[in-house]
Design a protein around this ligand. Structure first.
Ligand code: GDP
Ligand code: MG
Length: 735
């Protein structure tokens, strides 16, 4: 018979390392808490027994505050693994044992893997595994997960415990007179009502009621409303009594007693220090400089600057190659397929859409590689540490900084991996605030629009304006975060519990795996959805097509124009020579003018055109005409689409008889556009609804209601902002 086991422990205790060591599975080894949100499974054999091992997400506790904690708890209860391996960082014993105590209270058959004894030794800390095991009443096996030291003893112990302990034996810990009395009463009530029978031990449920555990409270109500009501009333009495007498909540007392329990054990000769505790270790020495109040931020800016230099310069060539490949593909289809819907769909729908996404892959890959270096070396945790003081003011957390940077906080990036990067945040509210504001950053797809409009309307000071709009995105993101944290996401900040892991050299293999995993996620998520959306958008801009009589009208115009010219000239155009003669040039331009008129009429007649023109009365308040509206709608599918849609919409129906103009010049000469309109459009594009792929990611990371919230909230916010800018700007006569 096979055995099921699970690995539980604090973030950075070495779970993933041990998991790989035991199962040989390939998996990311990160030093950021919470990367393994999904549990991973692997298998191994020992003494002819097959063991299925699960790597649970790293948690400090088993309350219902974070997704990781809930995942861990639910897994243990639902799957009831035969043995739980609790990996404990020997160099950080006290805090690691906090989770251990809760596992003991749950009663799971437990084996403690006392990890990082090498690190502890280096710091002069000696942990006596035998003594600790005796005091805790569970086997404690010292190991070094990284080298595999102690692996065999650990496996032997695991099998032994699996044989010996079949039942869950919850440990009783005293929480002081007041709470113990209440706990007993609650326990009796729970037992007689058979509440949560066969899942959690009664005392554990009683503690959860005292801790005000959302999940358990809700489940209790659902299962047995009457008993739940009784329990809650009893808890309320105790809570108010304690609040009156001690001015604290039961949660605090519970935490205090757990730490007290741990302290009392550790003091009994478990830990001995060999030398001065204030000795500086290498990492601490480096930190003296890198997280220095004054020098630290300067070094951080330099490092980030180098990261971006590296990303942009290295990805430049591959981006051009990919562009060329997709250009060639379009050309090839253009030549081989006959004109018609299929060809138009393949070129405008499929190749342009997917090409737009794939075109970003090199950039994203190099950036992820750079970020992986920062992360695996341990520096990223320092960045978060330094930024925490600033972010806290806005109701965010130091760990929010990376999602912002990944989303385009410096220049270029993508909100999709940015949204996924918010997983490292432990508090749900800070995480939601980060998740909802990262799309405000100027991602790589918005950059072309910004560059286009700045180039056309603010040609004299391009760099300054670029910087200005980058700063604006940060200011807006932080202020909106503050707004959300004081309204819909109100709540106390979580203390900055993330520890600073020691610095270490990243391994190339680790970096490559890490980079690939994230890039692949981007390709998969973006690729499939963009393809669908892009085809949909194409259809919206194509159908229902011009009515017959209008097509005939344009065809007739074409014929009349052709009839006016001699057959030689017509055949000259048909043979596509390098240099057209003067009359042929005129004819060709007249024909393309007619064609443009036809395309404009067709676009106006299309579903997208109808939507655009019907929006115009409202969007005019912010200075947008119907073509801009179409581009904005298209931008919801993917911001990359904005420039190309503007290009299509504004190439139609202009007097292109004159010369070939760039899109920028065309906008500049358009009566509907001026500097104020350009700023208004830019602001709207920067802050309105996140693109569709991002919205899907937000939904996957939180819920569809938050995803819809972000669409509505951002769009309304952006529109008000744009209208204000446009109206004030026009009033001041800046246009
Ligand atoms: P997790 O967050 O619990 O999954 O922790 P990881 O397995 O990602 O380990 C965090 C870091 O500690 C990694 O860089 C590991 O290489 C390192 N590590 C894990 N176990 C040991 C150990 O026993 N000794 C030392 N020196 N480092 C370790
Ligand atoms: Mg891990």
């Amino acid at each position: 018979m096979q055995l099921t086991m699970a690995l539980a422990g604090n973030p950075n205790a070495g779970k993933t390392t041990l998991f790989n060591q035991l199962t040989g599975a390939r998996q990311h080894v990160g030093n950021y808490p919470g990367i393994t949100v999904d549990h991973k499974e692997g298998q191994l054999h020992h003494n002819q027994r097959k063991i299925i091992l699960t790597d649970l997400p790293g948690t400090y506790s088993m309350t219902a505050y974070t997704a990781e904690e809930l995942v861990t708890r639910d897994y243990l209860i639902k799957e009831r693994p035969q043995v739980v391996i609790n990996i404990v960082d020997a160099s950080n014993l006290e805090r690691n044992l906090y989770l251990t105590v809760q596992l003991l209270e749950l009663g799971v058959p437990l084996v403690i893997a006392l990890n990082m004894i090498d690190v502890a030794q280096d710091r002069g800390i000696d942990v006596k595994a035998k003594v600790l095991g005796k005091l805790l009443g569970v086997p404690v096996v010292p190991i070094i997960a990284r080298s595999g030291h102690g692996k065999k003893e650990l496996l032997d112990t695991l099998l032994h415990v699996a044989e010996e302990q079949k039942d869950w034996i919850p440990r009783d810990i005293s929480y002081g007179d007041d709470l113990d009395t209440t706990l007993k009463e609650l326990e009796a009530e729970i037992l007689s009502a058979k509440l949560f029978a066969d899942t959690y031990p009664p005392r554990y449920i009683a503690i959860k009621y005292l801790e005000n555990d959302d999940q358990i409270l809700a489940k209790g109500k659902e299962d047995d409303a009457v008993t739940a009501e009784k329990l809650e009333r009893r808890v309320e009495q105790t809570a108010s009594h304690i609040h009156q007498t001690l001015d604290v909540y039961p949660e605090a007392i519970i935490a205090d007693h757990r730490y007290g329990y741990i302290k009392s054990i550790i003091r009994q000769g478990v830990v001995t220090h060999k030398f001065d505790t204030d000795r500086l270790y290498t990492s601490d020495k480096i930190d003296k400089v890198l997280t220095n109040r004054l020098v630290g931020p300067v070094i951080m800016l330099c490092i980030l600057f180098v990261l971006y230099q590296f990303t942009f310069s290295w990805s430049e060539a591959p981006v051009v190659w990919l562009d060329a490949i997709f250009g060639w593909l379009s050309g090839f289809i253009e030549k081989t397929l006959p004109d018609g819907l299929l060809k138009s769909m393949i070129i405008s729908g499929i190749i342009d859409g997917v090409g737009g996404v794939i075109g970003f892959v090199p950039l994203i890959m190099f950036m992820f590689f750079g970020i992986a270096i920062l992360e695996d070396s341990g520096y990223l945790a320092r960045v978060a540490f330094m930024m925490d003081r600033i972010f806290r003011v806005f109701g965010l957390h130091g760990s929010s900084v990376m999602p912002f940077i990944v989303s385009g906080g410096i220049a270029g990036g993508c909100a999709v991996p940015g949204v996924m990067a918010t997983r490292t945040l432990r508090s749900p509210k800070e995480r939601m605030a980060t998740l909802l504001t990262v799309p405000f950053m100027n991602c790589g797809a918005k950059l072309p629009v910004i560059a286009l409009l700045i180039g056309a309307f603010f040609n004299d000071n391009q760099a300054q304006y670029m910087f200005l709009f980058t700063m604006l995105s940060w200011v807006v993101a932080l202020l909106v975060a503050k707004f959300l944290r004081t309204t819909v996401l109100r709540g106390a900040p979580t203390p900055f519990v993330m520890e600073l892991p020691p610095y270490r050299f990243p391994t190339l293999k680790g970096l490559l795996i890490h980079t690939w995993e994230r890039t692949y996620q981007y390709i998969k998520k973006a690729g499939t959805i963009i393809l669908g959306i892009s085809i949909l958008l194409w259809a919206l801009m194509t159908f229902p097509g011009l009515p017959e009589d209008q097509v005939a009208l344009y065809e007739q115009q074409r014929q009349t124009t052709l009839e006016k010219s001699s057959p030689e000239i017509i055949s000259e155009i048909g043979s596509e020579p390098k240099q057209l003669s003067e009359p042929a040039m005129v004819l060709s331009q007249q024909l393309s003018h007619i064609n443009n008129l036809k395309m404009e009429a067709s676009l106006r007649h299309s579903i997208a055109g109808k939507i655009g023109t019907s929006m115009e009365p409202v969007s005019k308040l912010a200075g947008f005409d119907w073509r801009t509206d179409i581009a904005i709608i298209g931008g919801f599918a993917a911001k990359e689409v904005i420039v190309s849609t503007l290009g299509t919409a504004y190439s139609m129906g202009k007097d292109s008889i004159d010369k070939k103009e760039s899109l920028g010049q065309r906008l500049k000469n358009d009566p509907n556009w001026n500097r104020v309109v350009a700023v208004s459009v830019l602001i709207f594009i920067m802050f309105y609804a996140p693109c569709f792929v991002t919205v899907v990611c937000i939904a996957k990371e939180s819920s569809w209601s938050w995803a819809f919230f972000s669409i509505g909230f951002n769009t309304v916010f952006a529109f008000i902002f744009s209208v204000a800018v446009y109206q004030i700007g026009m009033f001041l006569g800046l246009g």
